[in-house]
Design a protein around this ligand. Structure first.
Ligand code: SF4
Length: 303
């Protein structure tokens, strides 16, 4: 439901990605079992392989009947992300992965290994409609929203890569997820909420990650921040501010013409009070644009 004056972000229509286990909540998974005429406990076994072992290869799922395995996996875990290219840097502790989706659209995710944690930065949209002039993704515009499955599958792929020792040279568990890749997560609200539930649900219903280890970054879609408060999903919130004054922020983050700096920070304060989570502020320093001392003072005064 929209309120008068609220901007509505409409993604271009595209052929929907294939339905994937990660798109479904437990009730929908039971429906899928009935549709496929597969015993429900078999779907749960597949979910265990996918969410807890990050496994997608039917050949190693030896607890499933050999005659049905391949066909079931094709139906329940269709290939959503095809790897195109991986670049490693920072002494092999960072891996930037480029994926092709079912319709040829490309998205990126980045896996980062630190001494005390392993983080994946994921995309929530292909492109972005927010049009921030300093951002290459924004300049290309929005191609389409990602599905819940396409978002979750980036995380599962990162967890698998880390488990195999593919980043930093030794196996490690994925600990953190940040929605800071391509797209504005709160403009793809429904799919991102589904992804947050799959990432935090436990016992083969999801990856069982801690809510405090997940960060959703937004340019400040105020009604969606308020909606997120109601979800009972107290993940961390990050606000991409980039300027403390409306005059400059109107140009750096064009959605500021709709929700001003003070409104965005008030919404973040409401989120913080309601969830008990401190929020963070992102500020990309751009030489001679937003790096003046008086803006730093203004920023400090706000926070
Ligand atoms: S919201 Fe983020 S991804 Fe979108 S244009 Fe702005 S900086 Fe780029």
């Amino acid at each position: 439901m929209t309120t008068p004056g609220e901007l509505v972000f409409v993604a271009p229509k595209a052929k929907r990605p294939p339905q994937h286990l990660a798109d479904l909540d437990p009730a929908e998974r039971a429906n899928l079992a009935r549709e496929l005429n597969v015993p429900a406990f078999r779907i749960e076994q597949i979910a265990h392989h996918y969410f807890e072992r990050f496994e997608i290869d039917p050949d190693v799922m030896t607890d499933l009947p050999a005659a049905d395995r391949k066909q079931w996996i094709e139906a329940v875990l269709p290939m959503l992300l095809t790897p195109v290219h991986t670049i490693t840097c920072d002494n092999e502790t960072t891996a930037k992965q480029l994926w092709r989706l079912h319709d040829g659209v490309m998205v990126e995710s980045v896996v980062m290994r630190y001494p005390e944690r392993a983080t994946v930065c994921i995309s929530s949209q292909a492109g972005c409609g927010m049009n921030c002039p300093f951002c290459a993704t924004g300049q290309a515009g929005l191609t389409r929203n990602l599905s819940t499955g396409e978002i979750v599958d980036q995380v599962v792929a990162a967890a698998r890569l880390l488990q195999e020792g593919g980043v930093g040279g030794s196996p490690v568990r994925l600990s953190n997820v940040v929605f800071m890749g391509m797209g504005e997560p709160l403009a793809n609200y429904k799919a991102v909420m589904g992804a947050l539930r799959r990432l935090t649900d436990k016992d083969s219903h999801g990856l069982g990650l801690s809510r405090r280890s997940i960060t959703v970054s937004t340019v400040g879609l105020v009604p969606r921040i308020d909606q997120l408060i109601e979800e009972n999903l107290p993940v961390r919130l990050a606000v991409s501010l980039h300027a403390p004054d409306d005059e400059l922020r109107d140009t750096l983050v064009p959605v500021n013409t709709r929700w001003k700096v003070s409104e965005v920070l008030e919404a973040a304060d409401r989120y913080s009070r309601s969830t008990g989570r401190r929020y963070s502020i992102e500020y990309a320093l751009i030489r001679d644009i937003n790096d003046q001392g008086w803006r730093a003072d203004m920023f400090a005064w706000f926070t």
